[in-house]
Design a protein around this ligand. Structure first.
Ligand SMILES: Nc1ncnc2c1ncn2[C@@H]1O[C@H](COP(=O)(O)OP(=O)(O)OP(=O)(O)O)[C@@H](O)[C@H]1O
Ligand SMILES: [Mg+2]
Length: 250
């Protein structure tokens, strides 16, 4: 089987941040859900090999089948194709204790040896920081752009700055910044509360000359749906609807 039939992907977008736990996987998941709901064919490559969370938030279990030499991604309810190391481990509590080069190699296999088929968008959920895997993905995959994720807790945005500089050094366009956990809306009175300190979204996007894609609130519903593998039922994700335009205008 030729490579063309295994993979015909129009746009590859990575989701990155300088720091862990700011919501990259949630952003990658929500962006994929929005695009899928808009009618696009979408895939998510979980490149966070040591801490893979994509299968969990989509409630995916089971092992990918093989088609010839290629691995077949699993599909979510909305038809989002997912590949993650978690799906290949016999026990998903098994820790991955490989060294950097081996991990980076696995990510490349997820690119070269998975039958992604026809996709409008492949979202790549990166591990935090600027280590081996983000570097390998940015250097070796034909990325159209990167979505940067920050949260108001980021120390003066310094950490997101590192990831931004890395993309700039490798000449990868940044689609924009998503500030996650930006505020909390009081369920009783509707007041917006900046519980992690004042939003830095505008300031950061200005400092690094990035578009502010949008801000996501702290939302207990997102956590509870994600914990139950039902992120596809979350519908407060309007900020991702303009992604196709952003990609088009790169
Ligand atoms: N807007 C939000 N409101 C409430 N909880 C959130 C929000 N975004 C993410 N979370 C929760 O915070 C935790 C971390 O989110 P997530 O896994 O998306 O971060 P991450 O940046 O991918 O982390 P890692 O660096 O470990 O890969 C999860 O439990 C997730 O459900
Ligand atoms: Mg993650």
């Amino acid at each position: 089987m030729g490579e063309v039939s295994q993979r015909n992907i129009k746009h590859v977008i990575a989701v990155a941040s300088g720091k862990g736990g700011v919501g990259k996987s949630s952003v990658a998941g929500l962006a994929a859900v929005t695009l899928a709901r808009m009618g696009y064919k979408v895939g998510i490559m979980d490149a966070d090999i040591t801490g893979p969370s994509i299968p969990k938030i989509f409630g995916l279990v089971g092992s990918p089948a093989m088609s010839g030499d290629y691995l077949l991604p699993l599909e979510t309810k909305l038809g989002i194709k997912v590949m993650s190391l978690n799906l290949l481990l016999s026990n998903n509590e098994q820790p991955v204790i490989w060294r950097g080069p081996l991990i980076a190699n696995t990510v490349l296999q997820f690119w070269n040896e998975v039958a992604w088929g026809d996709l409008d968008y492949l979202l790549v959920d990166l591990p935090p920081g600027t280590g081996d895997v983000p570097l390998t993905v940015m250097k070796s995959m034909p990325l159209n752009g990167v979505i940067m994720v920050s949260s108001p807790q980021d120390l003066a945005g310094m950490v997101v700055g590192k990831a931004i500089n890395m993309a700039a050094t490798l000449e990868i366009p940044i689609l924009g910044l998503v500030e996650n956990m930006s505020f909390l809306v009081c369920p009783k009175c509707g007041t917006k509360m900046e519980i992690f300190g004042p939003s830095r979204g505008e300031e950061l996007s200005k400092r690094y000359n990035l578009r502010l894609i949008g801000k996501l609130p702290v939302d207990p519903l997102l956590v509870s749906l994600s914990d139950r593998g039902r992120i596809e039922e979350y519908s407060r994700d309007e900020i991702f609807r303009n992604l196709p335009d952003l990609v088009q205008n790169l």
